[in-house]
Ligand binder design. Structure first.
Ligand code: GLA
Length: 359
């Protein structure tokens, strides 16, 4: 990607680092229940470039903002975007590293607000750039943890670890199996002959309020009623059937979703992975109730295409992008035909991955 730091500040950056966005193949709303997730990184990245600033202030410039944002370490910026970067700087400072005032440039290929974790990519890229700039050793799991703390403490979003682990450890050629309790992670190769297709539904995630806080509380209540520390500790689906609704359905989603991730990484070909993704979508729609009619329509069009093994919503839900696992040699046809049908039905979808079809 073109580096805009030179144009913005008039000198070459001293450290540059990038981090990708992600889609989640399986394991939706399991991370904050100590469960399992299976994301894959996207080719689209966010790039952060740093240099020593003259003076006492940090200056943050981004391609998305006309005006620079200036701040000092003793006062958090008001703008949400600045808070992510500020939070990452604070996380590194908390480890005892002295951080001089910096010029910071952010460039991103990731669309915001469609569920591809642009905020995680920004945090991980910022932390990687700081790691390089200061020449300090911080491992990739710790980067994910620091990114999560930056988001919770400074951006005020109680996010799970999924997006940050994916951005810090996954790559576009492999999915990443993560145990959200232990943060043990390992790369998992996609089934032979398959490829990942990502389509934005055109329904912004901001259109309806997120249900994540409500669902978290419901999961906590389900745990209290079952007498377990987390839903991860429930292995048999029959256990949750004794709960009254809505806790029964919320817990059933989480327990069955964990099982789908485990079954996929135990050895799934394209057809089996696809079936698990279809089941995941139905569970998100019917049991977790984080679905919208327009997005269900796009997922159905994908699922009905003969070259698609399976499809689901990705991320928190209630808008944003859908992910499908397709026959790799038919992916261009799938994208064109499904988007055509979706638009004929009034949708405003657009292709987000794979990158070779975006040109
Ligand atoms: C959002 C959160 C993640 C995860 C997903 C749902 O993307 O940031 O931590 O909970 O929703 O799987």
């Amino acid at each position: 990607m073109r580096n805009g730091f030179l144009a913005a500040f008039g000198y070459a950056p001293e450290a540059v680092a990038s981090a990708p966005g992600r889609v989640n193949l399986l394991g939706e709303h399991t991370d904050y229940n100590d469960g399992f997730v299976l994301p894959i990184a996207l080719a689209q990245q966010t790039t952060v470039s740093l240099g020593h600033a003259v003076g006492e202030e940090f200056t943050l410039r981004s391609e998305g903002f006309a005006r620079p944002l200036r701040f000092r370490l003793d006062r958090r910026p008001d703008e949400p975007f600045g808070r992510y970067v500020f939070g990452c700087i604070q996380e590194v400072a908390r480890r005892g590293h002295a951080i001089p005032p910096l010029d910071i440039h952010v460039g991103s290929e990731l669309p915001m607000g469609v569920g591809l974790s642009s905020s995680a990519a920004l945090e991980v890229a910022t932390l990687r750039a700081l790691r390089r700039f200061l020449d300090v050793a911080i491992d990739d799991v710790e980067i994910a943890r620091m990114a999560q703390r930056a988001e919770i403490d400074h951006a005020g979003v109680r996010s799970g670890i999924l997006d940050r682990m994916a951005s810090s450890l996954a790559d576009p050629a492999h999915a990443l199996f993560v145990d959200a309790r232990t943060l043990e992670a390992r790369l998992w190769s996609l089934p032979a002959g398959t490829a990942v297709l990502v389509i934005d539904s055109g329904v912004p995630r901001s259109r309806v309020p997120s249900k994540v806080g409500e669902r978290r509380s419901e999961c906590e209540e389900a745990c209290a009623r079952l007498g377990v520390a987390s839903l991860r500790d429930v292995r048999r689906l029959a256990t949750v059937e004794s709960l009254p609704d809505p806790w029964r359905r919320r817990a059933r989603h989480v327990v069955s979703e964990n099982d789908r991730v485990v079954r996929a990484v135990a050895g799934a070909d394209g057809a089996r992975l696809g079936r698990l993704m279809n089941e995941s979508h139905a569970s998100l729609r019917d049991d977790y109730e984080v679905s919208l009619v327009e997005v269900d329509r796009l997922v159905s069009l994908l699922q009905e295409h003969p070259a698609v093994h399976g499809a689901k919503w990705t991320g928190a839900g209630l808008g944003g992008a859908c992910v499908a696992i397709c026959a790799a040699d038919r992916i261009a046809d799938v994208a064109a035909e499904v988007l055509g049908d979706y638009r004929r039905l009034g949708g405003r979808g657009r292709l987000l991955a794979p990158p070779e079809l975006l040109a």
